[in-house]
Design a protein around this ligand. Structure first.
Ligand code: FAD
Length: 463
């Protein structure tokens, strides 16, 4: 498959005008989450439509860098009825393989998918149904599932505006490869999964890389003979519900652990990169035109990330021991590099030859098109396992919607099943309302208004 191959499901011309259409369920978003719900709805024979603003699964193809590969092992790709069955379950699919996996998933059940349609407004109607205005007409639905993705709007701090025009700025979602950046050194801001992997990509391409670190945790790739993900999966980590955490809302917004699946998978050890010439810094605090200022947190950030990785190994050790598993032992991680000083520092961009800044500073949501009172003070949807307080309105694909796997390939099938159960329950309740005849007709032997008449109240005693 060529690198720029996109998933294409040819829109049905008969469906191109959506005005006046009605469906039992409309799913907004045709990524893996929306498609998973569609698969379960299809299996249960529920009429529905999936609206996708671009092309199905386009996120993976259009917003990832060329060398991108999964961080999670392939065996965790378990979309409903479509678990990964390729030749390398312990490997990590590269971008084009992920696209192909999704393409085959779509082909496996032929969803009622309309591409190139953006939902622009969602409102409730007086009768409990929903009105969805799109750029191709307004349709109605009994129930709506919002599957518009966890990482929608590229987020950069406003201090970015203070960089000189001579510096090229890109968000991690726009980064493709080292060759497409201007010559010169690159400053990568952020050490979440994207920041670390992009810094590594540039480092491997021979670029001088400066990396502004944050507090993101780290996890080792392998430990005691297996991928840590395999151990953690056996330990039930990935199916643990969010309600088991006392700080559930905080958990939902925490940064992911950094590690890579590149070249069969390995650790990302920033200290090793530093030994090899990468310039590590504390957090980016401030930009004066021409100068970037970092805080004194580098040592704390590196130590913190390592402590989390070692803590995970501790829990794997405890599991191995408790289960009596015969696993090889392994030396623990030893820091190969330490920062020279714990001081704030400033870098002159021109003097350092920094020509590009990559903002690996995350994403936000934009749900303003949903005109319903279901959001918290930060504009984040409130829900229980994806079920909102508005009957018939659901979310799917949110990070930690219910489990670690909710916003990932591994857990979205369980969430889709759960939500479709709720959708079916809601349908049953609605349909039952229209079936008054099921309860029979008022009795003519004991008329309704005779309840107070002792001659008519049954059963009567013989005495
Ligand atoms: C850099 C990165 C690396 C990741 N690595 C992994 C990994 O290794 N393993 C893993 O399991 N997960 C990983 N994830 C997380 C997750 O699997 C992906 O983010 C995935 O794309 C989420 O799927 P989704 O269907 O929820 O959302 P998306 O894939 O974002 O799909 C949402 C869709 O909704 C459409 N849409 C949005 N608004 C509208 C609208 N108003 N009307 C109509 N359509 C709309 C969009 O066009 C999009 O196609 C990674 C995420 C990122 C960002």
């Amino acid at each position: 498959m060529s690198p720029d191959t996109h998933l294409r499901v040819v829109p049905d011309p008969a469906r191109s005008e959506l005005d006046g259409e009605h469906r039992s369920v409309v799913v907004v978003g045709g990524g893996q989450a929306g498609l998973s719900v569609s698969r379960v709805l299809t299996d249960r024979g529920i009429d529905h439509l999936v609206l996708e603003a671009q092309t199905a699964g386009h996120e993976w193809n259009d917003r990832r860098w060329d060398a991108f590969c999964l961080v999670t092992p392939n065996w965790q790709c378990a979309l409903p009825g479509f678990a990964y069955d390729g030749p390398d379950p312990d490997g990590f699919m590269v971008r084009d393989e992920i696209t192909e996996y999704l393409e085959k998933f779509v082909a496996s059940f032929d969803p009622p998918l309309v591409e190139g349609v953006r939902a622009e407004s969602l409102r409730a109607r007086g009768d409990g149904t929903f009105s969805l205005r799109t750029d191709r007409g307004t349709l109605t639905a009994d129930q709506v599932v919002v599957a518009t993705g966890p990482y929608q709007v590229a987020r950069t701090p406003r201090m970015a505006e203070r960089l000189p025009d001579s510096v090229t700025q890109v968000h991690s979602s726009q980064y493709r490869n080292a060759e497409s950046l201007p010559e010169g050194a690159v400053l990568v801001v952020g050490t979440g999964q994207s920041g670390c992997q992009i810094a590594e990509d540039l480092h491997l391409a021979g670029r001088t890389v400066h990396l502004a670190t944050g507090t993101a945790p780290r996890v080792a790739r392998f430990y005691r003979g297996r991928d840590c993900v395999a151990w953690l999966s056996d330990m039930g980590t990935y199916t643990k519900g969010i309600d088991a955490f006392p700080d559930a809302e905080a958990v939902r917004h925490k940064t992911n652990h950094y590690v890579t699946g590149r070249d069969g998978g390995r650790d990302i050890d920033l200290r090793k990169f530093a030994l090899e010439g990468m310039r590590l810094h504390g957090r980016l605090h401030r930009i004066d035109p021409g100068t970037v200022h970092f805080g004194p947190e580098l040592r704390a950030n590196l130590d913190g990330a390592d402590a989390v990785a070692e803590g995970i190994k501790d829990s794997i050790d405890a599991w191995i021991e408790a289960q009596g598993i015969d696993a090889p032992t392994e030396e623990r991680h030893a820091p190969v590099w330490e920062p020279e000083a714990d001081e704030a520092e400033a870098l002159d961009l021109a003097a350092e030859g920094i020509t590009t800044v990559i903002w690996a500073t995350g994403y936000g949501r934009d749900d303003r098109w949903i005109e319903l009172p279901i959001f918290d003070g930060r504009g984040y949807p409130t829900h229980q396992r994806g079920v909102t307080s508005r009957p018939g309105l659901y979310f799917v694909g949110l990070p930690w919607q219910y489990t670690w796997g909710s916003g990932r390939f591994s857990g979205v099938a369980a969430d889709a099943e759960y939500l479709v159960d709720r959708i079916v329950d809601t349908r049953r309740r609605t349909v039952a309302d229209g079936l008054h005849w099921l309860a029979g007709t008022p009795s003519s032997t004991f008329p309704h208004d005779s309840a107070d008449d002792p001659d008519w109240v049954a059963p009567r005693s013989a005495s």
